[in-house]
Design a protein around this ligand. Structure first.
Ligand SMILES: [Zn+2]
Length: 203
């Protein structure tokens, strides 16, 4: 299975035909897609004016989309590296962290679905690296009451997510599944109440 970097080389390779270069970019998303595959593709297409179904898009746009993805990946991998180092030191010192943080990291290791979006068309519009920086700063500070990406306060707990963890808090502002470790327990409780209210209103 080709890795992210060799796929990225193919996206840039002017000797390859455009359909293959586009296909390689989509394959990159199987390695790294912060919003999940479909939502990240939708985001890149929107930001770089690529028609999602166009089999032969403008190569300059393909490369620009790849660059955005690479920049975000560099930000995320640097964070993971420092997290792993810190975790090792903490374990050595006998420090424990809430299990939810480790669970969340295990599930998203490598950067897939760190800010998963349930609906492919509903995702943050800021550049990916900026979104990840906001998420990282939230992970590195005390839990808060709002969405780490858009600051929105309307977060609703959903029971029917299409991916792991299958349920969790979703920001109605920007569409991401909010990593639970960045929310205070009060914020999680409020999201659950909002979720129950929504369920009751459709029943
Ligand atoms: Zn949000």
């Amino acid at each position: 299975m080709a890795g992210f970097r060799s796929l990225a080389r193919q996206v840039r390779d002017v000797r390859c035909d455009l359909a293959l270069r586009r296909y390689s970019l989509r394959k990159c998303l199987e390695r790294f897609a912060p919003y999940g595959h479909r939502a990240t593709w939708d985001h890149l297409c929107a930001r770089h004016s690529i028609e999602p179904e166009d089999r032969a898009p403008d190569p300059a746009r393909l490369v620009a989309a790849l660059e955005e993805l690479e920049k975000a990946r560099a930000v995320w991998l640097a964070y993971e590296e420092s997290f792993a180092d810190r975790r090792k030191r903490e374990k050595h010192d006998g420090l424990r962290r809430p299990a939810t943080i480790d669970d969340w990291h295990r599930r998203t290791w490598g950067g897939n679905g760190v800010a998963r979006c349930e609906r492919p068309a509903a995702h943050p519009s800021a550049p990916l690296d900026e979104v990840l920086r906001r998420l990282i700063s939230a992970l590195e500070t005390e839990p808060g009451a709002g969405c780490p990406v858009c600051g929105g306060k309307h977060i609703v707990w959903r029971q029917d997510l299409a991916n792991e963890p299958w349920f969790g808090p979703v920001c109605t502002g920007c569409g991401i599944v909010v990593p639970q470790p960045v929310l205070t327990s009060e914020a999680v409780a409020a999201a659950k109440r909002a979720g129950r209210k929504e369920l009751a209103s459709v029943a």
